[in-house]
Design a protein around this ligand. Sequence first.
Ligand SMILES: Nc1nc2c(ncn2[C@@H]2O[C@H](COP(=O)(O)OP(=O)(O)OP(=O)(O)O)[C@@H](O)[C@H]2O)c(=O)[nH]1
Ligand SMILES: [Mg+2]
Length: 451
Amino acid sequence: MPSFVDRVVLHLSAGNGGHGCASVHREKFKPLGGPDGGNGGRGGDVVLVVDANTTTLLDYHRSPHRRAGNGSPGEGGHRNGADGDDVILKVPDGTVVSAADGEVLADLVGDGSRLVVAHGGRGGLGNAALASTRRKAPGFALKGEPGEALDVVLELKSVADIGLVGYPSAGKSSLIAAISAARPKIADYPFTTLVPNLGVVEAGDVRFTVADVPGLIEGASEGRGLGHTFLRHVERCAALAHVVDCATLEPGRDPLSDIDVIETELERYGGLADRPRFVVLNKIDVPEARELAEFVRADVEVRGWQAFSVSAVSREGLRELTFEMAKIVSAARAAAPPPEATRVILRPTAVDDEGFTITHERTHDGERFRIRGRKPERWVLQTDFSNDEAVGYLADRLARLGIEEQLVKAGAKAGDEVVIGGEDAVVFDWEPTVQAGAERLGPRGTDSRLA
Ligand SMILES: Nc1nc2c(ncn2[C@@H]2O[C@H](COP(=O)(O)OP(=O)(O)OP(=O)(O)O)[C@@H](O)[C@H]2O)c(=O)[nH]1
Ligand SMILES: [Mg+2]
């Protein structure tokens, strides 16, 4: 089992709304009581919340199916059903939420940022709530709406100010351990670091976060070594630090060509070109390394990058390095203040919330009219098709929205097939009511149980 997971696919279901209740008040000697069916409760939501103490998506890797509670049905005697319980999922700071098709839904940055990722269904109205002066005793109630069910991808992109990149064993983990309270594993074999480490550094009155990620090698972008997908953890960084091993005796390695190799891999990963860089020439406690560092410093500076000679072991040069880091971070923050609240990207809704669309479609055995729209689709879900009164109520609502009128304009004739919704559309044989509305409410206002 891994101990750190930075990408998961979650299968979420919000709670269904409870059904409304159709009931008539009964009392001894008072047989003509009114409708008293209560409303169904709301289905629970699935909510993502950034929690500062959560650092991995491991829990969701282990149990990726999450379901919120269903609303309870309404009952007689005006008793409304209880709302379903929400499910609150804690996620690390910097979690990016995407739909299954890759579209980004939200970028959750900042402790406490929340996103209702799957909405619970509305409870259905009971017949008490459906009663009106014209419809005194409805013999039906509305069904609860199903909760949203969807798959989302969570991806952690750590929130750090400075990212340390470099070859394995260059001393990235040693450096973060020397300048912060982070205690990553340090060893003299390559790929000691398997998961990113974050450390908080204080220099003067500036506090910033440094990310130490696994080592990169030539071909990482083709999957060599540990690959390069973990670079997502430096994507948010304001600046990147090349940590260079000046003491390596490996053939073909020297500070400048090491930097070139890493730059090529960063370029192949993409999206990091605009980030300022600086170079940390490490291991100058080794005399040959110190000489080499001084030798290449000018070449690094020619590229426009600052160079710092340090030793993570003897701590030489670290104070100067952290104060320079603080300057870089302060400048970056001044240029673009860190996001305070969640950045939520709202999907443009295909259909106007209040309206509907009618499209004429050819099918293999004829033609049909398809109606799309939030309201009509919701109303269909609320309808108990085994109850004629409920179906009549639906027809009235559709007519009042202007659907009948538009169908006539679109050329629909009696008996034509009309579907409401997308894939699981409900199919109707259309019967124009000509004068829909109040006139048709009369007969449906009578409940046989009142007779
Ligand atoms: N002499 C000397 N050795 C160092 C210094 N910094 C790190 N080392 C050693 O270099 C080896 C690798 O150090 P790490 O900090 O694990 O290197 P890394 O860059 O995190 O390596 P990966 O996690 O494998 O990518 C260890 O044996 C460290 O003790 C230094 O300043 N001087
Ligand atoms: Mg390491």
